[in-house]
Design a protein around this ligand. Structure first.
Ligand code: GTP
Ligand code: MG
Length: 235
């Protein structure tokens, strides 16, 4: 894995979740939303691989395509700098393969690769993504989040900013609530997110839009992304 210095002028946002949780899809929608609705969006200091990835994501979205699976062993820094209501913001979203993040689980070694640890320990906020349409995977995600919290907590004493993103929400029945899903399948995660060790812990449902047979039929994510961006802007 590459080793890069963390940009000290940018707040790092760490995305955590297993393979196919929907991390890249979520992040591509977030970047597209910022590009479309906020004054300027650039990635001034990102390297070429990061820029190629962002451009590919934006192209995929305009063609209603899902992003490719993130290659294992690479760290992408998705840098966005923008002005919003006359204030300047700069964020670096850390985009990783679920395969690498899963190493936190005891059966995969029980530790994140060292340079991923470095990003995790220096991030300002954490987004924990889980596939809300997969109850059988929820149990292991709940455990994986628990292991991740324990790792962060063992290294940092201050409370952290963390939120859960329930992805693929389009598969849910009308009337289903994020609270119900958390209470049914992610009890420890919910307790942790709502505890005093987490600042402004939230649970956000998210979907890219209407998906039929694995293909994006209609993009419809802006109203789900907007409150998440508001939450990020406070970090
Ligand atoms: N129905 C539905 N399916 C989704 C949605 N987002 C992602 N998917 C499906 O989930 C798959 C995985 O999504 P990714 O965003 O690539 O997942 P990831 O967490 O980045 O996975 P890795 O790169 O392997 O870590 C996609 O290829 C889609 O098939 C969504 O909002 N709704
Ligand atoms: Mg990915």
């Amino acid at each position: 894995m590459d080793t890069r210095e963390l940009n000290p002028h940018s707040k790092h946002i760490f995305l955590f979740g297993r393979s196919r949780a929907g991390k890249s899809t979520f992040l591509s929608a977030l970047i597209k939303h910022i590009t479309d609705s906020i004054d300027v969006c650039t990635n001034p200091e990102g390297n070429l691989d990061d820029k190629i990835l962002i451009n590919q994501w934006l192209k995929d979205l305009t063609e209603n395509k899902f992003p490719n699976m993130t290659p294992s062993g690479q760290i992408f820094e998705i840098e966005v700098a923008f002005a919003h209501r006359e204030k300047q913001f700069q964020y670096t979203f850390i985009e990783l393969a679920g395969e690498d993040l899963q190493q936190i689980q005891p059966e995969f070694g029980g530790r994140l690769p060292e340079n991923i640890e470095n990003y995790a320990l220096n991030s300002s906020a954490f987004l924990l993504l889980t596939d809300s349409s997969d109850p059988s995977g929820a149990l292991s995600d709940n455990l994986m989040f628990w292991n991740f919290f324990n790792f962060i907590q063992s290294q940092r004493t201050l409370p952290l900013r963390a939120a859960v993103v329930l992805t693929k929400w389009d598969n849910k029945q009308n009337g289903e609530t994020a609270e119900n899903v958390m209470n049914s399948h992610y009890l420890q995660t919910l307790q942790w997110v709502k505890s005093v060790r987490v600042i402004e812990g939230k649970v956000f449902p998210f979907s890219i839009g209407k998906v039929t047979n694995g293909t994006i039929n209609t993009l419809d994510y802006d109203n789900k992304i907007a409150p998440i961006i508001q939450w990020i802007l406070k970090s």
